[in-house]
Design a protein. Structure first.
Length: 332
């Protein structure tokens, strides 16, 4: 039997925090504790105040204490705690880092958007052999505070998991909701402002990432998987159905537009939506709509064939964190 390590990965984003424990060997990873998710809204008002709110920190610490209980039952060779967009922007991030370290015994690593993009791509493409997905792949990781666009795996000169270009945009479900979609439901003027903001960020990203070269879009994150579940009519969220599902962009756009314009109370009737996403899923939907539309058009201009669908994936940043950390421990 080859060498293996057991590792825990924690991904702390703007809206949610996730834990995964897995065994990593030369063949990949095997889950020991499936992904645990808590919606903590760590990025509450960070776009405006540039600080973590006291109540947001307490929600993060409460989740960390829960994770500490799980880790006590499942010993690991190492833990990697990665923090992303909201923590990059918070002036009092040291207070957060100290608090987490006191609970879990590991200090959060605040990674740049470029590393976040690389790890998301690694996680998303670690399972691409399950279907006939055409390279190059464009992985879109749509978070609460930022959205990463990563292209790679051209199928000829680069392996599936090799990144060719990446860009992290400061747009996401929480950030767009707080910045623009303040009315319930949002007004057409607010939506238009959000679209203008998002499009400007995407245009900037396209200067770095040749998105038009893509043949397959892989969407990861809670917004993408939630909207996919709604589009295929699931009454309750089922990751085994959503993961790997290919959905037409036309179907996605219709559902995104519908839920963007709903009141929060109307969204609450859908058990498919995690309660912690009800108020921000519209902000995520408008980001997703614009990314899909602009990537599809860029592909048409590049090689004469618009992309008409995407693949939803449950495998993203968290998987990348676990796989990358496990490989580094094996190589040590």
């Amino acid at each position: 039997m080859g060498k293996a390590v057991t590792v825990a990965g924690i991904d702390c984003g703007t809206n949610s925090i996730r834990l995964k424990i897995a065994r990593v060997d030369e063949h990949g990873m095997t889950e020991i504790v499936p992904r645990q998710l808590r919606v903590i809204r760590l990025g509450q008002d960070v776009d405006k105040t540039h600080r973590f709110a006291d109540e947001a920190l307490e929600r993060a610490y409460e989740a960390a204490r829960e994770f500490a209980g799980i880790l006590a039952e499942h010993p690991v060779d190492g833990i990697r705690f990665v923090a992303t967009s909201a923590t990059r922007d918070a002036e009092n991030r040291e207070e957060f880092e100290d608090g987490i370290e006191a609970i879990l015994g590991v200090r959060p690593e605040v990674i740049p958007g470029t590393e976040e993009a690389d790890l998301s791509f690694l996680g998303a493409t670690s399972v691409v052999d399950r279907g006939d997905l055409k390279p190059p792949y464009l992985v879109v990781d749509l978070g609460g505070g930022s959205t990463e666009l990563v292209i790679g795996g051209d199928g000829e000169t680069a392996p599936a998991t090799q990144v060719q270009a990446a860009y992290s945009m400061n747009i996401g479900s929480v950030r767009m909701t707080e910045r623009h979609l303040r009315t319930d439901p949002p007004t057409e003027e607010e939506i238009a402002e959000a679209v203008e903001d998002i499009d400007a960020h995407i245009d900037e990203a396209f200067r770095t990432v040749p998105a038009g070269k893509a043949r397959t879009i892989i969407g990861v994150s809670g917004t993408v998987t939630t909207m996919t579940a709604l589009a295929i009519g699931l009454k309750e969220y089922d990751h085994s159905i959503v993961d790997g599902h290919r959905l037409s962009i036309a179907d996605a756009t219709g559902v995104d537009d519908l839920f963007l314009r709903m009141t929060r109370e109307q969204r609450r009737a859908y058990k498919t939506i995690h309660p912690g996403r009800i108020d921000v899923v519209g902000g995520g939907a408008v980001v997703w709509n614009r990314v899909l539309a602009k990537v599809s058009e860029a592909a048409r201009l590049d090689h004469g064939e618009a992309i008409d669908s995407y693949v939803a994936s449950e495998h993203g940043l968290l998987d990348g964190i676990v796989l990358d950390y496990g490989r580094r421990l094996l190589a040590a």
